[in-house]
Write a protein that binds this ligand. Structure first.
Ligand code: NCD
Ligand code: ZN
Length: 345
């Protein structure tokens, strides 16, 4: 097959940042995707309606594309009242919970994952039908942090059976059986967790550009996640976790966690699904599953990909911002040929 069409692509986990970085990266998603779930971990994090609406406006201005919908989130706080959540309900798609200190900009995350501490907020969300997105990692040994968090996911799933809980960027094979065990658990998967292992980060020369949280893991983890994605498991959606950081904050001592992947996602996913003979499932993985899970009606947008080499740029820049994309300098076998904007469906 020489041509493939991706219809209404959705990126259900995306960091767009702010200011010049936002201006640099926003259109890389809005070009090919018709919607994305925007993470609230800018500084300061999004915790008020005023900040939420003004961030959404900045995103829309940076995208310059009225066929792109930023699905907004707020940063979980234990003291969100029912009234506050009710007031912002129509402006958000979910609330994102970060445990304290587990990843970039999570210093204001929750300090206790005790169900009773979280109960008032989660019960309000449950009543209002607001999904909960979770960065599921403990502070344990770096390769085991997600696995160690699974009992917490389980107790959330049991205690709040009506709450939709999204296990963000799953990275360990152990997460899959839990996902399948509870009706109210769902998951996002990134491109990097489908394609990389720790060997790529640290097996040879150190590659800081593919250092992220949760860290990419063992070949058996990657294979298990790949199987789930290639079969477009209905509880799983695509979420890139594209998380741009200034080049000099990656290539340094105390380098930042986060992989910038937005400009290459559609090409890489097409290549990966084609290589595995599963192109027929790609539209479900990248759009239909998320539409069902989040009950979305995305705006129309078709991306036509053709089998033609695409050399990934070594970096992208705007004013003082410089970012290095995943697979920089490598040749991908699919390119974006054209993008067809449709009328709202
Ligand atoms: C993300 C970031 O940079 O904001 N970093 C990352 O390594 N994935 C935060 C996150 O999603 O953990
Ligand atoms: Zn993220």
């Amino acid at each position: 097959m020489e041509k493939f069409i991706i219809n209404q692509a959705l990126d259900m986990h995306l960091h767009l940042r702010d200011d010049d970085m936002l201006k640099l990266v926003a259109h890389m998603t809005s070009n090919g995707f018709c919607g994305a779930l925007i993470m609230p971990n800018i500084l300061p994090p999004i915790t008020t309606k005023k900040d939420l609406l003004s961030y959404k406006k900045r995103i829309k201005e940076a995208c310059k594309d009225d066929k792109f919908e930023p699905f907004m989130t707020v940063f979980f706080q234990v003291d969100y009242s029912y009234e506050f959540l009710e007031d912002i309900k129509d402006e958000i798609i979910a609330v994102k919970l970060y445990p304290f200190g587990v990843t970039t900009n999570s210093q204001t995350g929750v300090s206790s994952m005790d169900v009773e501490v979280l109960r008032p907020t989660l019960e309000s969300m449950s009543k209002l039908g607001i999904p909960l997105c979770v960065h599921g990692e403990t502070k344990g040994f770096v390769m085991d942090r997600e696995k160690e968090f699974l009992p917490i996911y389980e107790s959330l799933a049991i205690n709040f059976p009506k709450l939709k809980i999204i296990m963000e960027h799953i990275s360990s094979k152990e997460s899959i059986s839990l996902l399948e065990k509870y009706d109210n658990l769902y998951a996002t998967i990134t491109v990097h967790h489908l394609m990389l292992t720790l060997d790529d980060v640290a097996g040879g020369m150190l590659n800081p550009h593919i250092f992220c949280k949760p860290i990419v893991k063992r070949p058996e983890d990657r294979e298990a996640l790949l199987k789930l994605a290639l079969n477009a498991h209905p509880k799983v959606m695509f979420g890139s976790d594209s998380a741009p950081h200034q080049k000099n904050t990656k290539e340094c001592h105390h380098g930042a966690a986060g992989i910038f992947s937005s400009p290459i996602l559609l090409q890489v996913l097409t290549q990966l699904f084609e290589k595995n003979g599963k192109l027929d499932n790609l539209n479900a993985f990248i759009s239909l599953n998320a539409q069902k899970i989040y009950d979305l009606k995305p705006l129309g947008k078709e991306v036509v990909l053709v089998k033609k080499d695409f050399i990934v740029p070594k970096e992208y820049s705007y004013r003082n911002e410089k970012v290095v994309p995943l697979f920089e300098g490598q040749t991908l076998s699919w390119s974006i040929d054209k993008i067809i904007q449709e009328k709202t469906k």
